[in-house]
Design a binder for this molecule. Structure first.
Ligand code: ADP
Ligand code: ASP
Ligand code: MG
Length: 455
């Protein structure tokens, strides 16, 4: 059985949904009924978040204006896809029933002038609910037997709103109980990415881009043969094609390299997607909805020994530099520094140390003020916001001579704020100013891949 996840652009219009329909039909014929996990139509999650923020600022008119646009977008799509009046009426009624709930929530947020992470999840879940309703109706219209399942009935999570994690045991039992009988009946299961619910039924989300993660969770829970991530590019590439148009598609990528790439900014895959797939050794395939015939990228247990995979970048990071003369020849300093990050549940992405200084980068800035306050008691701290991490991902860096030389030569005209490498044999990361990140990626790509292909 295959789990197929379609991202925002893949479901972003009536035309795209029709392409998805053809892809799903072909899979059903060839491999049996799949589980189809859908994102919100492109732009809709952003619109929902903007509406929530407008409501929080007590600008209810702006929030309701966005709601109208969401209504129009989905209604247009329904009118383009369906002609039969009874079907259109029923779908529009369902759409409006969801949007009425959203209207009530937005009014509540605006009345209170308060937006908790829990309320934001209650608002941002609607995009996936709407896109999946429309797609399930499209399957029905085409005579493809299917069942629409609300992901909140099986994807049970903790209550970390905005970045929830699955409770695996419950989710596996519920997903198997709800979904497997439908598949056995040859019915395609249509569900939503990104959303789940706590054990007591409160809506949660898995974080931005989290539909990929939902697909992996379902793949593992229902023991899929393959998890397919259908998107708007031909696969995982040697760089973001929006930054490097000549980037090449990678045919195979190891689980390890794909995790590093996703973690360090290759948006094509949510960073948490790979972990469950690795545990059950389920291949993840990245495919292009616009060109279903292209082979895509397979991410699986390392089979190849590709020396260089790709370059990724992640902007809007903060770098923190600590300096303490007390650290000279002393022990325990790093433990104290790390305990502060631990206390504020803030992961450190990169780290570099010398005898008297430590530099780290963090992506999650929610608790930065409290972190800085605690650290000031231990040492001098300097912060640099708006920096980017640029990472080269490959294999066996330690066993190759010349990589560092090529990398540094490529970055010779760029100011490097921090360097971190060697912790893993497959990554070399730099911190540069946000505005230098794209240039760094382009120059690195030019230097490393021109050389790689010339070999
Ligand atoms: P979806 O809506 O389908 O989830 P995303 O926008 O989240 O799609 O991810 C696809 C985008 O990821 C691509 O359009 C591309 O610009 C970007 N991207 C960043 N790095 C890479 C990479 N290494 N390979 C492919 N795409 C990448
Ligand atoms: N719709 C959600 C987002 O835009 C989840 C996803 O598309 O993966 O973040
Ligand atoms: Mg995505």
């Amino acid at each position: 059985m295959i789990v197929m996840k379609f991202g925002g652009t893949s479901v972003g219009s009536a035309e795209r949904l029709t392409s998805v329909l053809e892809i799903v039909k072909a899979t059903k014929e060839k491999d049996g009924a799949p589980i189809v996990v859908l994102s919100a139509m492109s732009g809709v999650t952003d619109m929902l978040i903007n509406a929530a923020n407008a409501a929080k600022e007590r600008d209810l008119d702006a929030a309701l204006d966005i709601l109208d646009k969401i209504h129009e977008k989905h209604k247009d799509c329904i009118y383009t896809l369906f002609q039969q009046a009874s079907v259109v009426d029923e779908l529009v009624e369902q759409l409006e029933s969801h949007l009425n709930k959203l209207d009530i929530i937005l009014r509540g947020v605006s009345y209170l002038g308060e937006l908790t992470k829990r309320s934001l999840d209650a608002i941002s879940c609607f995009g996936e609910l709407l896109s999946s309703l429309i797609f399930a109706a499209l399957l029905e219209k085409e005579g493809v037997e299917s069942s629409w399942v609300d992901a909140r009935t099986f994807l049970v999570t903790d209550n970390v709103f905005g970045k929830a994690s699955p409770l695996w045991e419950t989710t596996t039992a519920k997903a198997q109980g709800t979904i497997l009988p439908e598949l056995a009946d040859e019915r395609v299961v249509v569900t939503q990415g990104f959303i789940g619910s706590t054990a007591s039924g409160i809506t949660t989300t898995l974080g931005r881009g989290g539909s990929d993660y939902s697909a992996a969770i379902l793949g593992v829970a229902c023991e899929a043969d393959e998890i397919q991530i259908w998107t708007d590019v031909d696969g995982m590439m040697t760089a973001d094609p929006r930054i490097v148009p000549e980037a090449q598609v990678l045919q195979t990528v190891s689980f390890k390299a794909a995790s590093e790439l996703a973690y360090f900014g290759a948006k094509v895959l949510h960073p948490l997607t790979i972990k469950p797939a690795v545990e059950k050794n389920i291949p993840v395939r990245i495919l292009n909805t616009l060109r279903p015939e292209s082979k895509g990228t397979v991410i699986e247990e390392a089979s190849d020994e590709q020396p260089l995979y790709a370059i990724a970048s992640k902007k809007n990071i903060s770098a923190l530099f600590f300096n303490s003369l007390n650290m000279l020849m002393s022990h325990g300093f790093l433990a104290k520094v790390f305990s502060v990050f631990d206390k504020y549940r803030t992961p450190i992405d990169l780290i570099a140390t010398s005898e008297v200084s430590v530099s780290v980068t963090i992506d999650n800035k929610d608790n930065i003020e409290s972190i800085l306050e605690s650290l000031h008691e231990l040492c001098d701290v300097r912060v640099q916001h708006d920096v980017a991490i640029v990472t080269v991902v490959g294999t066996h860096f330690r066993a190759q001579s010349g990589i560092a030389g090529q990398v540094f030569a490529a970055l010779k005209d760029i100011n490097i704020v921090m360097i971190s490498g060697g912790a893993s044999d497959i990554t070399l990361s730099f911190v540069v100013a946000n505005q230098d990140a794209d240039k760094a990626v382009k120059q690195l790509h030019n230097a490393l891949f021109a050389t790689a292909s010339a070999k």
